[in-house]
Design a protein around this ligand. Structure first.
Ligand code: BQZ
Length: 690
């Protein structure tokens, strides 16, 4: 600390010199390659048409007890009448263990808590595969990890086919015909248009997972041509990119026949808050298009789901999916999910917290281990994100505004970046070949990553101090904390982090500890998951430590979040109180690069654009990368049809990637875990399974 205190006197000159020296001296350095760490299993790469098709089959089947107890009793139509004209058919060739058998349960353990069932109204269901299982979307991208790179395009799902107009501005999509919600109500364009018109395009509603009109392109329109045909009109020419945004998490329509009556546009007695909260966790049998329906909820204990009798997908033998009759989501912690999965009292986990790696590896190495653990590529990455809005997003006070101004200063961001010892941060989580030094931007080892385009500023505490001195952030009152320039108060910065994950708070504490010697007081603002998500989306943070989304892994999934391409597309720079974005010149460059990427389907051009993106991003320290490491999929050994090489996270989480509706347990391995055997969901809002 002493140096900059001394700097006040003749320091000007010395400061000037060293700052000039700093600026002159190349702060960049050679980015060390990640430690060698091979993924433990490779996917079998296939074409989209190898996975599924839509066609009518000569006959259909269901669990015998469904026929006996419901169809024969006349309380449920025959399976052929519950299925669409042409159901989705999963091809046996792509199913690792082939046609499955009915029965058993997948016992998930999760760290989230359900707010309610109104996903498109903005409520979280607790994550951990709940919303992924309940919500079906127009397209699907989770399973794309096994698609041949040169054939990469989203899978059809609720939209079973589509075609572009000659000029490339219009995309006509054909919805699956005759599919029904789990209560038997027809799924059609009404559900799609209610989501688009009255949720995405209603600024009073923030759908979960952040869909905004700009997620599908500035000026894009959508209309229904008939109950099973919708037409998009884009400003760009053939922006195939948006087909990825039509998958999970941003275009998964909700049951309009249930939600619309609660929406203020159609029910003026209701406020938007009442609409959002109209379906609390206690509300059972919410209609879904997914494979399982919530039939029981015990707060802080468990959510139980039973098979959807109207599920619109079958195998090639005509067996209506899913094979598993029940899903459990035990309400615990994310760390406990790992523990229970390797212990065999839970069935599934995305091992994503590096602190649990060693213990999980040890337990699952034994022959008697109940679960298989497979590491994938390094697709888990953490960054320190700074709030770039200086025009009011999150309504900062004077101190907060001063921090926003600093966040927008490159020397300041560089100083913070080179003051962090990433090797030490990674090692603080787990030792060994797992964590890699991550400067920020696209991840090493991913499709569009280019090392030569990645600017890296190595650890250099000396230069960091000089840069901060150069900004006039000197400790004028001698309390060991630098002061804001021009006689300002102490340099205090709040750091938002998610207490649901040890990794998030450990990394945040690492940042706090490593910046303290520089005289920067970083104050922990640690919040539980949902509270953290709400504060982050409202811009109520100076800095936040976050696990990044799929855009940094795949680029093609979540593309519009790569830069502030719209007022609410970026995670850390959104429109201010006047609705405008105060973009810095390099940010405008990033926006233009991302928009150019969306507007072209020429692969060579896309690769070149992402090199430019990576260079601009890392040269300007748009976010401060902290660490990057692989995750491991843990699944109980009794389950079959788990695809080889399924990553825990790429285009989506493994709960989507493994296609759970076609996962089964061979008859001789089935456990007796069903809590409500031989029951089906009851009426929406009814007591539970019947
Ligand atoms: C996986 C995932 C499935 C959300 C959530 C949670 C939320 C975020 C993120 C992950 C959990 C699990 O992640 O950690 O392994 O099961 O649910 O949805 O972190 O707080 O808002 O983006 O996906």
């Amino acid at each position: 600390m002493k140096r900059h205190t001394i700097a006040l006197g003749g320091a000007g000159l010395m400061l000037g010199v060293s700052l000039l020296a700093i600026h002159a001296q190349e702060l960049t350095g050679e980015l060390p390659d990640p430690p060698a760490f091979a993924a433990q299993s490779e996917p079998n790469f296939v074409s989209v048409t190898d996975i599924l098709e839509y066609k009518a089959l000569p006959e259909y089947h269901e669990p015998d007890w469904v026929t006996k107890k419901y169809v024969d009793a006349g309380t449920l139509p025959p399976v052929k009448d519950r299925l669409p004209k042409e159901p989705m058919v999963y091809k046996t060739g792509d199913m690792p263990d082939g046609i499955g058998v009915y029965g058993d349960t997948m016992r998930h353990v999760i760290g989230g808590r359900p707010e309610g069932w109104n996903y498109i109204g903005g409520q979280s269901q607790g994550w951990g595969g709940i919303d992924i299982g309940l919500s079906e979307c127009l397209t699907r991208t989770g399973p794309l990890f096994e698609i041949k790179a040169d054939e990469l395009e989203p899978l059809p799902n609720l939209a079973k086919s589509w075609e572009w107009s000659e000029d490339g501005h219009e995309l006509t999509m054909h919805l699956i015909e005759g599919a029904k919600w789990s209560d038997g109500d027809a799924f059609d364009a009404d559900d799609v248009m209610f989501y688009w018109n009255d949720n995405v395009n209603d600024t009073n509603v923030s759908p979960l997972n952040g869909a905004t009109p700009e997620t599908f392109g500035v000026g894009t329109t959508l209309e229904a041509l008939d109950p099973y045909t919708i037409k998009w009109t884009f400003k760009e020419v053939r922006p195939t990119q948006y087909l990825y945004a039509m998958a999970y998490g941003t275009f998964c329509p909700g049951p309009s026949h249930i939600l619309k009556p609660e929406h203020p546009k159609y029910n003026t007695a209701n406020t938007y808050e009442q609409y959002k909260n109209a379906f609390p966790p206690e509300y059972m049998n919410i209609p879904v298009m997914g494979a399982w329906v919530p039939v029981e909820y015990r707060a802080d204990d468990i959510i139980v789901m039973r098979r959807n009798p109207y599920y619109w997908k079958v195998d090639e033998a005509g067996n209506q999916l899913p094979y598993l009759n029940e899903m459990h989501y035990r309400l615990s912690t994310w760390a406990d999910r790992d523990v229970q999965a390797v212990a065999g009292s839970g069935d599934f986990s995305n091992l994503e917290q590096a602190e649990s790696f060693v213990e999980s590896l040890k337990r699952s190495a034994e022959d008697s281990a109940p679960a298989r653990l497979q590491f994938g590529a390094r697709t888990i990455g953490y960054a320190l994100r700074m709030n770039f809005s200086a025009n009011g997003w999150g309504e900062p006070d004077a101190r907060g505004q001063a921090i926003r101004e600093l966040n927008r200063n490159l020397d300041f961001r560089k100083a913070v970046s080179i003051a962090l010892d990433r090797q030490r941060l990674g090692d603080s989580l787990v030792r060994g070949p797992f964590t890699a030094i991550y400067p920020g931007g696209l991840y090493a080892g991913t499709a569009f990553y280019d090392k030569a385009s990645t600017v890296y500023y190595p650890y250099n505490i000396e230069a960091a101090n000089t840069l901060l001195d150069g900004l006039g952030l000197t400790d004028t009152d001698g309390n060991g904390i630098r002061n804001l320039a021009n006689g300002g108060g102490d340099l205090e910065i709040t750091l938002l982090a998610n207490t649901d994950y040890g990794t998030d708070t450990n990394l945040a504490e690492g940042v706090i500890a490593q910046l303290e010697p520089l005289g920067i007081r970083v104050i922990a603002n640690f919040q539980t998951g949902t509270a953290r998500d709400d504060m982050a989306q409202a811009g109520q943070f100076d800095w936040s430590v976050e696990r990044q989304g799929s855009e940094m892994v795949s680029v093609v999934q979540g593309t519009t979040a790569l830069a502030p391409t719209g007022p609410r597309t970026s995670y850390f720079h959104r429109a201010g109180t006047d609705g405008t974005l105060d973009l810095l010149p390099f940010e405008q460059e990033l926006v233009d690069t991302v928009n150019a990427f969306v507007a072209t389907s020429d692969n060579a051009e896309r690769v070149a654009l992402m090199k430019k993106y990576q260079h601009t991003y890392t040269e300007n320290v748009y976010s401060v990368g902290l660490t990057q490491y692989p995750g491991a999929l843990i699944v109980n050994k009794r389950f079959a049809n788990i695809p080889a090489g399924a990553p825990i996270f790429m285009f989506n989480w493994a709960e989507d990637n493994i296609i759970r509706e076609r996962v089964f347990v061979p008859a001789d391995k089935q456990g007796d875990y069903e809590l409500h055997p031989e029951t089906l969901p009851g009426k929406p809002g009814g007591a539970g399974p019947v």
